[in-house]
Design a protein. Sequence first.
Length: 56
Amino acid sequence: MEARCMLCGKKDEIDKSHPKWSDFQGKTKITGYICLRCTAKINFEANESQKVPKPM
């Protein structure tokens, strides 16, 4: 099954070895898919914004 990331447009092949396989198992059409790279980038940016700024 093929899915396209809704943020970057990258196409991913979703098969049993894919980490998100359990989320899509049995579906014929995938909507709202975000690739692993974009997910990691979003998590990194969220963690960075939560850090307390260092004093000068």
